[in-house]
Ligand binder design. Structure first.
Ligand code: 26V
Length: 824
């Protein structure tokens, strides 16, 4: 340990027990005689936390002392899941804890599952941020995450009578993983007006005055790396009424209630995560969240930089800020404001610093997700920022005009301000203009943004400003923690757990693809994981599923572009086919369990209808005696990170079937393959690169290509198409009332039949069903199947988020790892 006071690694189970019991009895003030699993979780977490904190303090001290360039990852979402198992893995001594807990009468798995998920995110974008933090720490990069400390994370989903019901996720009851820094606060200003005046040297300066102040309070979460003592920091801001705000006058005059109301209004800013994934609605509170978090984070970053006493031009050599989507784009005008209004730099000098500092990652091309804020709203909330945005735009448009004097339309197309009524600020354009690099998250996606939403910007800045960094996942959580037996099997063949640090080492598994014992063990592990999932399904839905059946899984946010409707229509098609089969035909069928999971945004009516249809189909199919084990349809409620850890290792086939060109990357596709499942997918997002890596014999691709989507949509609009015949009979079954009142599903059906089938379900239906038939056939040959699975796992090394982070570091951030100091 680094000093004589620091706790040592647990040397024995007794030592672990002693500390855990001490925390239970003193920190938690619980008697050991009524110590339940929750208290045992608390004690265990605190015992491990003690170790974590030592490494954390030491890392921060080391980073401050080294004073090299740091990365700041700004994300409104961090979908962390549980922390204890990860802390045990990274601190070490999980076995010791397991023994100690067993001595106390507990099973370690039961203790780990007591923890509430930290669910501060919607889906892929938030989980990517969490994987990135894990990789940054594991690779020793000096890096901080900055986010919001929502009191309520993504809602908990309950399924009642087949419908989604949202329940608030109050997760902070007991959270040993955060440290309130009541001494680290930033005053954040809103509203007010701008004063322009001459300073002592006769220079025109602006100052933002009046309005109201809300206080940001820092909460820090330690992020341990794997196989290294490096422990980085995730700083989450909570909002609070500023000290001056709690109105003592009112308080003393008896208006206690209204003064408390002011307090509550301030706290509303960080109260709740917006549960929309891919839908921008322009709510004032959301804009407040964004500015609050950007301003607090930048103040903190600038404060740290200023301690170094370096000249401002060094700022981009000390600071790299990555914008996770456009949500933190206000950081761009905010840094410009700090530099010119507060630090007195010239516009050009400041702007050059800003551009060198920021990088922007785009995560979607869906037009409805692109952020736009109305000019009047920004004018009202952030008057000085609006001026700065206008000035940025003016400079930019002048630059564009100088270089493209003949293209008059170009200026209107690329202007940050959309000339609509009301005028809108296009945040993605501001992000592109204010950053030195823009990246997409998979090759196809990065190509698409260059030819669609940012086409004009490629012309203006040249292609080098645009890059690709294909997403990845952390093998620590998504292989070792989620699938410990598979991880152990791999380690036994590869001579240790080195693959968890360098996932490309998995390629050595290919040498074992014909090894009988290895194959057998591999299959047994898959079966055991399916048994575990079957047990969970039985517990929560009451439905028994046969673990020998083919498990076909689609878990992700429910969205039309992800096409869960295509999947459920395919299931209905299968059901109708089974109903017509002779006993002989049935004998030849591959039994299936179709498993769905995912949340719909609360206001997304069509997505909720899809959930309802899945549940209604399940109700009918699962009770049908003619079908038996040949088909079961399951909806797993409240899909989240912890559930994903049970589900991803238990698939035979998983579905990644978005309309080509709509899913930027996808990351669960990577999780499923890494855990020894195959996938059915469209030529979209990272599926394409997965195919390139694992080989096209080891994946089931189907459907139209992205380049053909426009034409197909056009054909639909002009009635120039034929509805797929098989799909027609699926619709007839729905219309007949087979799955309950048909009226409930009419919008879903009509969207395809009458309203243009925007997501091309009909166009892809035949090839989708045909591919599932191929899957049935392939699954019958278990020897060939397991060969495919093992080969695919062996070739997944590319998709580690470690590779991804090294690419960002080299291409975008220009930062180096900082080796942790040896103890002593
Ligand atoms: C947008 C909005 C709009 C305003 C309301 C709240 C909200 C919340 C999140 C978003 C972001 C949507 C973009 C997104 O989640 N993209 C996903 O990013 C993953 C990581 O790169 C990627 O794997 C998925 O394909 C992509 O859909």
């Amino acid at each position: 340990a680094w000093n004589k006071y620091a706790p040592k690694p647990f040397e024995s189970a007794e030592e672990f027990e002693r500390e855990t019991v001490k925390h239970i009895e003193t920190t938690l003030a619980r008697s050991l005689y009524n110590c339940d699993e929750l208290a045992a979780y608390g004690g265990t977490a605190l015992a491990f936390r003690d170790r974590l904190v030592i490494d954390w303090n030491k890392t921060q001290q080391n980073q401050t002392f080294a004073d090299q360039k740091r990365v700041y990852y700004l994300s409104l979402e961090f979908l962390m899941g549980r922390a204890l198992d990860n802390a045990m893995l990274n601190v070490g001594h999980k076995e010791t804890a397991k023994q100690g807990l067993s001595d106390l009468g507990f099973r370690v798995e039961d203790i780990i599952t007591q923890e509430h998920d930290a669910a501060l995110g919607n889906g892929g974008l938030g989980r990517l941020a969490a994987c990135f933090l894990d990789s940054l720490a594991s690779l020793n990069y000096p890096a901080w995450g900055y986010g919001l400390r929502y009191r309520y994370g993504i809602f908990k989903q309950e399924i009642i009578d087949g419908y989604q019901v949202e329940v608030p996720d109050y997760w902070l009851d007991f959270n040993p993983w955060e440290f309130a820094r009541h001494d680290i606060t930033v005053d954040i200003q809103f509203y007010g007006h701008v004063n322009k005046y001459q300073d002592d040297e006769g220079k025109m300066v602006c100052s933002w005055e009046g309005g109201e102040i809300v206080q940001a309070v820092a909460f820090d979460v330690p992020i341990p790396g794997y196989g290294t003592p490096t422990t980085n920091n995730l700083r989450l801001w909570a909002s609070k009424a500023a000290s001056g705000e709690f109105d003592f006058q009112k308080f003393n005059s008896g208006e206690y209630e209204s003064s408390v109301a002011d307090q509550q209004r301030a706290e509303t800013i960080s109260a709740v995560l917006y549960p929309n994934d891919n839908l921008e609605r322009g709510k004032e509170l959301r804009l407040k969240q964004q500015y609050f978090w950007c301003a607090a984070s930048l103040y903190d970053i600038v404060r740290r930089f200023k301690k170094s006493k370096r000249p401002w031009k060094d700022f981009p050599n000390q600071v790299a800020i990555q914008l996770n989507d456009t949500h933190p784009t206000l950081a761009i005008p905010e840094l410009q404001r700090i530099l010119i209004d507060q630090e007195g730099l010239d516009w050009d000098e400041a702007w050059s610093i800003v551009q060198k500092t920021f990088g922007y990652t785009n995560h979607t091309v869906l037009p409805e997700a692109l952020e736009k804020w109305s000019v009047p709203l920004i004018q009202h909330l952030l008057p000085r920022h609006l001026q700065i945005i206008y000035d940025i735009n003016l400079n930019f448009l002048q630059y564009v005009e100088r270089n493209n004097p003949k293209d008059r339309d170009l200026l209107g197309r690329v202007s940050i301000i959309e000339e609509s009524n009301p005028k809108m600020v296009r945040m993605a354009y501001l992000a592109v203009i204010g950053s030195h690099k823009v990246n997409g998250v998979a090759e196809l996606h990065s190509d698409l943004i260059k030819t669609t939403i940012f086409k004009d910007f490629v012309k203006i800045y040249g292609p080098d400003k645009f890059a690709n960094v294909t997403n990845g996942i952390t093998p620590r959580r998504w292989l070792h923690q989620a699938n410990p037996r598979l991880s152990e099997l791999i380690a036994s063949k590869l001579g240790g757990y080195g693959f968890l640090k360098d996932l490309t080492l998995l390629h050595k598994l290919e040498a074992y693809v014909d090894d009988k014992d290895f194959r057998k063990e591999f299959q047994e592990i898959k079966y055991a994981n399916k048994v575990r999932l079957a047990r969970h399904i039985k517990e929560v839905t009451g439905v028994s599923v046969n673990p020998s059946a083919l498990f076909d899984i689609q878990v992700k946010r429910i969205h039309e572009y992800k096409r869960q409707q295509l999947n459920i229509f395919g299931v209905i098609h299968r059901y109708l086919a089974i109903k017509k089969m002779s006993p002989e035909e049935k004998k030849k069928m591959t039994p299936r369990v179709s498993i769905f999971g995912g949340k719909a945004a609360p206001g997304y009516w069509m997505a909720k209808t899809v959930i309802h249809l899945i549940n209604e189909v399940g109700r009918v199919v699962n009770a049908d005696k003619d079908v038996g084990d040949l088909l079961k349809v399951i909806f797993v409620e409240d899909y989240n990170v912890s559930k994903a850890e049970i589900i991803c290792p238990a698939s035979d086939i998983s579905e990644h079937i978005s309309t080509a060109g709509t899913e930027a990357s996808g990351t669960s596709n990577m999780k499923f393959v890494l855990n020894g499942g195959l996938i059915i997918g469209t030529c979209d997002g990272a599926n394409i690169e997965i195919t390139r890596e694992i080989g096209e014999n080891n994946i089931f691709l189907f459907g139209n290509l992205a380049e053909d989507v426009d034409e197909l949509r056009h054909a639909h609009l002009y009635g120039n198409f034929q509805l797929d015949k098989e799909l027609e009979s699926v619709f007839d079954a729905i219309r007949s009332g087979m799955f309950g009142d048909a009226g409930q599903f009419s919008a879903l059906v009509n969207g395809i039949v009458e309203h243009g089938d925007y997501y091309l379900v009909s166009d892809d239906f035949a090839s989708y069903c045909k591919t599932h038939d191929m899957i049935d056939e392939a699954y019958k040959d278990q020897e060939e199947w397991v060969t495919k699975c093992i080969t695919a796992v062996a070739r997944m090394g590319f998709f580690s988020s470690d590779r991804c982070i090294d690419e960002y570091a080299e291409m975008i951030w220009n930062v180096e790892p900082l080796q942790p100091k040896a103890d002593g």
